[in-house]
Design a protein around this ligand. Structure first.
Ligand SMILES: Nc1ncnc2c1ncn2[C@@H]1O[C@H](COP(=O)(O)OP(=O)(O)OP(=O)(O)O)[C@@H](O)[C@H]1O
Length: 246
């Protein structure tokens, strides 16, 4: 399968401190990947580089079948090019229903001019119902987002990104604060999402990563320390030393 995103030889320093150090990373068009690593390993900075929030000092970030450089694009252009990011804390519109939250996200996809004259079509309603099903909220469409559990809000926000049909979805610590049952469902949602796109999940919870059952990239001091199945990387001596052995 072809590569969707290729990061090569990327470095970035903050006040002389190398947060990302000659980092290389690739993900295929349809792939689920977990990124793990101890505190300060560079996971957040790595995602900031992909979304254009942080510009690297060196290296290349190539995206899509035309091999476009993301380094030339603004944050909003990168988002429009199909890179969606879910931050740790849910940011749904609490006073709006689940349906309206998903509709707002659909509207956003159409761009600033569509917002003014947006009237949801039967197709839009069908799409919203479809996504609500994928995130396990099909019976909660009329509920206010503010009444949802923490886990359900996280799913809603993932749904708001999925409605926009990202090619690459970046998800930051989705399992934090979730009940075991919510974690299980989150795994299912992310695995399903990765059947039609690339999904990168940054996560500390090893049980959660195990259930994702995907290739794992271990970051340490801004570089890739190991990559492979969770069993493979957790047997790596260097990984045990810097990360698991702590
Ligand atoms: N804007 C910044 N200015 C200065 N230092 C920064 C900045 N952003 C990140 N750093 C430093 O870069 C290193 C990598 O940080 P980063 O947040 O990417 O790590 P992380 O793997 O996401 O950590 P955590 O698991 O704790 O969230 C850290 O030492 C951090 O203090």
């Amino acid at each position: 399968m072809s590569t969707l995103l290729e990061v090569s030889g990327v470095s970035v320093s903050f006040d002389g401190f190398k947060a990302i150090n000659n980092l290389s990373f690739q993900i295929a068009e349809r792939e689920l990947r977990a990124v793990i690593g101890p505190n300060g390993a560079g996971k957040t900075t790595f995602m900031d580089i992909i979304t254009g929030k942080t510009r690297p000092d060196e290296g290349r970030v190539i995206y899509g079948d035309k091999g476009a450089s993301l380094l030339k694009l603004s944050e909003s252009r990168i988002a429009q090019a199909g890179i969606g990011r879910k931050f740790q804390r849910p940011t749904v519109f609490e006073d709006q229903s689940v349906r309206d939250n998903l509709m707002i996200a659909l509207k956003k996809k159409r761009g600033p001019f569509a917002v003014l004259a947006f009237r949801p079509s039967a197709e839009d309603h069908a799409r919203v119902r479809e996504i609500a099903g994928e995130i396990g909220l099909n019976t909660a469409l009329a509920r206010k987002a503010g009444e949802l559990s923490h886990g359900q809000k996280q799913w809603l926000e993932i749904g708001m990104l999925l409605v926009q049909e990202p090619k690459l979805l970046l998800v930051d610590e989705p399992a934090a604060g979730m009940t075991p049952a919510e974690r299980q469902q989150t795994t299912d949602i992310l695995r399903e999402a990765a059947r039609t796109r690339a999904v990168v999940v940054v996560e500390h919870d090893m049980e959660f990563v195990r259930r994702l059952d995907c290739k794992v990239t271990v970051l340490h001091e801004g570089s890739v320390l190991a990559e492979g199945s969770l069993d493979h990387v957790t047997q790596n001596e260097k990984v045990i030393e810097v990360y698991l052995g702590r």
